[in-house]
Design a protein around this ligand. Structure first.
Ligand SMILES: C[S@@+](CC[C@H](N)C(=O)[O-])C[C@H]1O[C@@H](n2cnc3c(N)ncnc32)[C@H](O)[C@@H]1O
Length: 277
């Protein structure tokens, strides 16, 4: 296990006991980057489960994809959807979001590296912005492959190496400890658009990569500081605030790279053998 953003106890109790840190980043992209309509519109354009699909989401968080999908008629009423997450708090938030809607989902607390499902239980697995948190991304890919049917597909959104590189620079510059400065770049490096295909190729016969890059031009110092602080490195917030204020005074905004995309993997190799096969 290489860093604390891949440590299940840290993720459960510090990073994601609830969605507050995640929400700081979601709000940032909503205001200054690709907004939810643009991102999920693009995502659902690639998402094509069969009508009767049994779908498992791992690392569902508060269920943003399904919230947008239901509001925009992108979720087929015939899909049978299970939402799972390592964090009990996240699963409970997702339940609170969807219970009032009347749309039935199944909920499970589960670690993607040890899925509590039998072989070949799902036609589709969704793993968005979470495989870099798995203690062993290869083990997570193996488990996902195992629970998929022979024709099943994995949809895994993730970031590229250059994603938020300006924020990572701020973390390095304003970290309160040298350990924090070194750690800054490692948030998503365990599973990126660049190395993800190699990891999945051990467990799937085919993987396609769909990538996109855009720039966010932000002028809200408070939201920028919240973004930096949400990424698990202690920073000197007062110095960072002064730095960002003077940067925005001079340049009008602070530019952040958003570079992410989707890996679609098919033909799982660790699937259950066909009956009689
Ligand atoms: C960056 S959030 C992404 C949430 C959601 N998929 C989305 O796209 O909005 C990462 C989520 O993965 C969960 N997570 C982290 N490690 C996990 C693991 N080993 N197994 C399952 N879920 C995990 C976290 O609790 C958190 O909810």
């Amino acid at each position: 296990m290489s860093n604390r953003m891949q440590n299940p106890d840290h993720l459960r109790n510090i990073a994601y006991p609830d969605s507050s840190r995640l929400n700081a980043r979601t709000e940032f992209w909503q205001r200054f980057g690709l907004n939810a309509d643009q991102w999920y519109g693009w995502y659902f354009g690639h998402f094509s489960p069969p009508a009767s699909a049994r779908i498992l989401e791992v690392g569902c968080g508060p269920g943003g994809m399904w919230d947008w999908g239901l509001a925009n008629s992108q979720v087929s009423p015939t899909w049978d959807v299970t939402l799972s997450d390592l964090s009990e708090g996240m699963v409970s938030e997702a339940r609170d979001v969807f219970s009032p809607t009347g749309r039935e989902f199944t909920y499970r607390v589960a670690d993607v590296c040890e899925l509590p499902f039998t072989d070949g239980s799902f036609d589709v697995v969704v793993a968005n912005y979470m495989l870099y948190h798995a203690s062993e991304p290869g083990q997570a890919a193996s488990e996902i492959s195992r629970v998929l049917t022979p024709d099943g597909s994995l949809y895994a959104a993730t970031n590229s190496e250059s994603h938020i590189k300006e924020i990572v620079d701020l973390q390095r510059q304003f970290a309160t400890t040298s350990e924090g400065a070194v750690y800054a770049s490692s948030t998503h490096e365990a599973f990126t658009l660049e190395n993800g295909q190699g990891i999945l190729s051990e467990h799937f016969q085919q993987t396609e990569v769909h990538a996109g890059e855009s720039m966010a031009e932000a002028d809200d110092v408070g939201l920028l500081v919240a973004f930096v602080e949400s990424l698990d490195v202690d920073v000197d917030a007062a110095r960072l605030t002064d730095h960002l204020k003077s940067h925005i005074d001079r340049h009008g905004c602070f530019t952040v790279t958003r570079s992410s995309g989707l890996l679609v993997a098919t033909h799982p190799t660790e699937r259950a053998p066909r009956p009689g096969g």
